[in-house]
Design a protein around this ligand. Structure first.
Ligand SMILES: Cc1cc2nc3c(=O)[nH]c(=O)nc-3n(C[C@H](O)[C@H](O)[C@H](O)COP(=O)(O)O)c2cc1C
Length: 192
């Protein structure tokens, strides 16, 4: 079974990360890492605790502590079986830490490893407005091979609910990895 690493950090929009795990775990194995601040925002936005998260995904999901830098996925030697690392949502703090190569947590480390092993690192960044520091970090990571994307839903396919907006963004992330889904109606796709 192909594998993904999904990380949730302390930016707004933790629902994006949850929905990505929900979709991926239908057909892929998912390592999920949540930062301490990610847990704070999970509580704030979704009223979910660490325990709730453990009980949320029934199969194909392994939750790892962000302190666990001895986890197998912290090593490049395990990346032969990893399709990519998705950080959703990605705070500008995590963006900066990855851009400076700190590698002091599992999230920072798997991101660093992902870049050095030339696998896809997808950063779904949520902040507004952006400072030059953020933009420079995005530029540096883009030049290093990462995909940097704002969590920016489109409005051209007639969204009616928050779920529609979330699914559009999540669908676009999954498209990048050629993961099949039916989360949003594509432009001029009248049949769905
Ligand atoms: C409710 C809440 C919402 C936040 N939203 C954002 C956000 O949208 N973007 C961001 O970069 N930081 C946001 N922050 C601040 C980050 O959580 C903070 O910078 C933290 O240090 C990020 O740590 P992490 O990247 O290790 O999770 C938010 C904090 C809270 C409590």
């Amino acid at each position: 079974m192909k594998k993904f690493i999904v990380c949730i950090t302390g930016a707004s929009g933790v629902i994006y990360g949850l929905r990505i795990v929900e979709e991926l775990s239908k057909n892929y194995y998912v390592y999920l890492v949540v930062s301490e601040n990610g847990y704070t925002v999970l509580k704030q936005e979704e009223n979910l605790t660490k325990n709730d998260l453990k009980n949320m995904f029934k199969k194909n999901v392994e939750i790892l502590s962000n302190n666990n830098i001895t986890a197998p996925i912290a090593s490049g030697s395990r990346f032969n079986e990893i399709e990519g690392v998705i950080i959703a949502p990605c705070s500008v703090g995590t963006l900066g830490a990855i851009a400076s190569g700190l590698s002091q947590s599992l999230i920072h480390r798997v991101s660093d490893v992902c870049l050095k092993e030339r696998k896809t690192l997808y950063l779904l960044v949520r902040e507004m407005p952006l400072s030059l520091i953020h933009i420079e970090n995005m530029r540096k990571l883009t030049l290093s091979g990462a995909v940097v994307s704002p969590a920016s839903p489109g409005f051209y396919n007639d969204p009616k609910t928050i779920d529609d907006l979330v699914n559009f963004v999540v669908g676009k992330v999954l498209d990048f990895f050629n993961v099949e889904h039916s989360l949003y109606r594509r432009w001029r796709d009248e049949d769905k």
